[in-house]
Design a protein around this ligand. Structure first.
Ligand SMILES: Nc1nc2c(ncn2[C@@H]2O[C@H](COP(=O)(O)OP(=O)(O)OP(=O)(O)O)[C@@H](O)[C@H]2O)c(=O)[nH]1
Ligand SMILES: [Mg+2]
Length: 186
């Protein structure tokens, strides 16, 4: 209850701050709020409004990330393989209807949930993120979870992965028990 109150106050305060900064002008008539500041504040507001935690699952190729994600949601949903497998970020969320959104920078396309494996295989390298909405998972009522490509599978994906961290509440690092935990891993 108290948390809801705090959340609502914080969200309203950020909204007011954005509006006030928009109105304030420099002597040259420019808005005091730069595009970057606006994006930053809007981003914080989205985070405040989102009550579910976001969990990012990372680790080396074949560490067992996708297997862990499937066991948390109790479904064999995201692809698992002995070969390097997950080629895109797969965000699993609770949703009113089960479907996939293939998100690229400017837009997204909708697909049926049972097309996930073909989509990841065919478009994994060109799509920024697959958002997968699922109705019937208790786990996803409290948290959304992101399965990621293996670390260092290529530079672009690794950089993408690092940039995701600012949106994330918890990072789960998966290490295969065959590769013992060493000082270098820590
Ligand atoms: N024995 C054993 N095998 C596992 C376990 N977890 C995953 N595996 C196997 O390890 C292989 C890789 O599992 P994935 O879950 O696809 O691994 P991943 O980290 O998602 O791999 P990438 O997406 O390619 O980075 C599969 O053959 C799994 O069946 C485990 O706890 N024990
Ligand atoms: Mg995987």
């Amino acid at each position: 209850m108290f948390y809801d109150y705090l959340q609502s106050r914080l969200s309203t305060s950020i909204q007011n701050a954005i509006q006030l900064l928009h109105l304030k002008k420099t002597p040259d008539g420019e808005s005091l709020l730069s595009k970057e500041d606006f994006t930053f504040l809007s981003h914080i507001q989205t985070r405040v409004r989102e009550t579910r935690s976001k969990i990012l699952v990372v680790g080396d190729v074949n560490a067992g990330k996708s297997t862990l994600v499937n066991s948390l949601i109790r479904k064999r949903l995201v692809p698992v393989d002995q070969q390097p497998c997950t080629s895109a970020f797969l965000e699993l969320l609770h949703g009113p209807c089960e479907e996939i959104h293939a998100v690229t920078q400017s837009t997204f396309l909708r697909y049926p949930i049972n097309h996930l494996h073909e989509l990841v295989e065919a478009q994994g390298n060109s799509v920024d993120l697959f958002r997968i909405f699922i109705q019937s998972s208790h786990f996803l009522r409290d948290a959304s979870i992101i399965d990621s490509p293996g670390l260092n599978i290529n530079n672009v994906t690794t950089v993408n992965l690092f940039s995701k961290q600012q949106e994330i509440d918890v990072i789960v690092f998966v290490i295969s028990s065959e590769n013992h935990i060493t000082q270098s891993v820590l």
